[in-house]
Design a protein around this ligand. Structure first.
Ligand code: ADP
Ligand code: DP6
Ligand code: CO
Length: 358
């Protein structure tokens, strides 16, 4: 290839929101393909708030694949990144840009290298599902760049092989990851249960009490749980299947008391499994749980649901705007302004809740 033909660069930028599970995925039956031991259900956050932005570039002048995460070079050597790149490359289609005079055939994509720059606008590896937004965004951006024509379902299955929770982030609203039965993962897919308009009274408040990177990554934590916890099998086989049915029903009927009961119970059982792991894993923050539990019990019906992923930061889902404003007042009492906590509110289509809270 001559020097002149090495000058072009093609870039694509994509943005993908994170998702928070209300019925948790915790435990794999296949580590390589990332196949879970139970179904899970999540809510995808508004992309304006917690999201990953990823730019991918391709040029004949790049001599290797490279990635930068939040401004620092990050190794792509891990099997998960390699698998996503390989899966997307194998689906690349011919690309023509007459204006730039660029033509890339399906075969040529295999030998072209990419540069990836990704940025999370929220703490990375702190229990707010950065791996979900990160891999969903990476796969989506690479697919656009390489002119991949497969549907969202296929991209979601590829994202799953980057990080399990990522398969749910390609859908807005509520999504379910069906664990599937096949050994090759062909039926382990995410589907949308309801779109983002279905239950727009809900207000999600994220309480960032620590943006420090967690000590035990989700991958390591759930591997240890599968190997050592006795509770995890009971949870996966006896508890979660029933909760999945009930949670789908609660979402369909916008039944907040059931939604809140199930989400809180499932978060607590997931953390009980963490405690039942050897060595035990401590992720969550119990001050916030006590605060919400006390308040919910003092009202006729629950006002707020809480859920914690693998980290100390709370995701609080208020039944409506009024409850969200009251919740923030309560949280500000425990985490006053100028303390380490950053109580951001992420509201679907409305950003004034923090002001309402005074
Ligand atoms: P979290 O609770 O934030 O999902 P995990 O332990 O599951 O934490 O995953 C953190 C890992 O996810 C990071 O170490 C990194 O490998 C990957 N990751 C996070 N953000 C991105 C991103 N934007 N692009 C690619 N990979 C990412
Ligand atoms: C607690 O998807 O981060 O957030 O598949 O190993 O990358 P890997 O793990 P990850 O685990 C998420 C666990 C969770 C619950 C959930 O999102 O369902
Ligand atoms: Co994760």
């Amino acid at each position: 290839m001559g020097e002149a033909s090495k000058k072009w660069v093609l870039t694509v930028t994509a943005q993908t929101p994170t998702n928070i599970a209300v019925i948790k995925y915790w435990g794999k039956r296949d580590e390589n393909l990332i196949l879970p031991i139970n179904d899970s259900i999540s809510v995808t956050l508004d992309p304006e708030h917690l999201c990953t932005t990823t730019s991918v570039a391709v040029s004949p002048s790049f001599d290797q694949d490279r990635m930068w995460l939040n401004g620092k070079e990050f190794s792509l050597a891990g099997g998960r990144y390699q698998r996503c790149l390989k899966e997307i490359r194998s689906r690349a289609c011919d690309y023509v840009d007459e204006k730039k005079g660029v033509k890339i055939t399906k075969k040529e994509w295999e030998n072209l290298h990419v540069h990836i720059a990704s940025y999370n606008n929220f703490p990375t590896a702190a229990g707010l599902a950065s791996s979900a937004a990160g891999f969903a965004c990476l796969v989506f951006a690479l697919a656009k760049l390489m002119n991949v024509k497969d549907d969202l379902g296929t991209l979601s299955s590829i994202a799953r092989q980057g990080s399990g929770s990522a398969c749910r982030s390609l859908y807005g609203g509520f999504a379910k990851w069906i664990m599937g039965k096949n050994d090759n993962g062909s039926d382990s897919i995410a589907v949308q249960l309801a779109d983002e308009k279905h239950w727009d009274d809900l207000v999600i408040v994220i309480a960032v009490v620590s943006s420090r990177q967690k000590e035990t990554s989700s991958t390591t934590g759930m591997r240890d749980s599968v190997e050592t916890s006795m509770l995890i099998q009971h949870r996966a086989k006896e508890v979660v299947p029933k909760r999945i049915v009930e949670m789908e029903e609660a979402i369909k009927n916008r039944d907040f008391p059931s939604f809140s009961r199930l989400a809180c119970a499932d978060s607590n059982q997931f953390h009980a499994v963490c405690l039942d792991t050897l060595p035990p894993i401590f992720y969550m923050n119990d001050t916030i749980i006590s605060c919400v539990e006390k308040w919910n019990r003092s009202e006729e019906s629950p006002q707020v649901a809480y859920t914690f992923d693998a980290g100390p930061n709370a995701v609080l889902i208020a039944r409506n705007r009024k409850a969200a404003a009251l919740l923030l007042q309560r949280l500000l009492f425990f985490f006053p302004p100028h303390s380490d906590a950053d109580l951001s509110s992420y509201v679907i289509g409305d950003k004034s809740i923090l002001q309402d809270a005074g």
